[in-house]
Design a protein around this ligand. Sequence first.
Ligand code: SF4
Ligand code: SF4
Length: 112
Amino acid sequence: MIELISTERCTGCNICVSICPTNVFDIVVSAGTKPPPVIARGADCQTCFMCELYCPEDALYVAPDADASVAVDESALTEAGVLGSYRSMIGWAPGTTAHRKVDSTFRLIKGF
Ligand code: SF4
Ligand code: SF4
């Protein structure tokens, strides 16, 4: 479930708002600035990780527990290198395209 928008990392691009299939986020409008969106409907999160994958600033954290919200500590997540780690493993982060060859899911799908 979505748990964190890092206000330090977020640049207010609102890509996550557009990409979320269940409309979890709301845009925050503020004249002359680009504030982070807010998690307005966290309970609607489907734990699909799309927002994490698309966030260019690694500012989001989706916890693997899909059924309940869990407390998270941004400093601890940063220290552990968790923020952006999924995007990196999938090969979507800059400089990680080689990781795309590691994901062999396509072989499974091909078999069906
Ligand atoms: S995609 Fe990332 S940087 Fe853009 S608004 Fe969402 S959290 Fe902020
Ligand atoms: S994990 Fe998926 S459903 Fe949840 S906030 Fe991110 S994009 Fe939306």
